[in-house]
Every structure is written in C-alpha cells, then in structure tokens.
Design a protein around this ligand. Structure first.
Ligand SMILES: [Zn+2]
Length: 59
C-alpha cells in the first residue's frame, strides 16, 4: 500500500516514503520554488540601494 500526494508546485504524484525526501514536493527544485516564492517576496523590498552605499556595517 503506497500513499501518494500531489506536488503542490507541479502536481506530480509524490510517493510518501523515504524515497521522496522532498515530500510533499516531488523534487528539490519544486521545494526551492516554494521556498523561493515567499523568499522572493520578502527580498523584493525597495531597500537595495541602502545595501549598496549603506554607511552602517552590521558586523
Ligand atoms: Zn513538483
């Protein structure tokens, strides 16, 4: 008896066991896509210029 789920990114069936270390995603790529989806949102703040010539060093 094999349980499968659908990859939330591409919709491929993913076997829910040790063969699928990236479940519920079908692959590392799809997992990265999902992580990148919200990461890109938070990185897309208009503060890039401050990074370029920012006088404050966080270290
Ligand atoms: Zn996928």
């Amino acid at each position: 008896m094999v349980l499968t789920v659908k990859c939330p990114i591409c919709g491929r069936p993913v076997t829910w066991n040790e063969e699928s270390p990236f479940r519920p995603f079908c692959s590392d790529r799809c997992r990265q896509v999902d992580l990148g989806a919200w990461a890109a949102e938070s990185y897309r703040v208009p503060s890039r210029q401050e990074d370029e010539d920012g006088g404050e060093d966080n270290r």
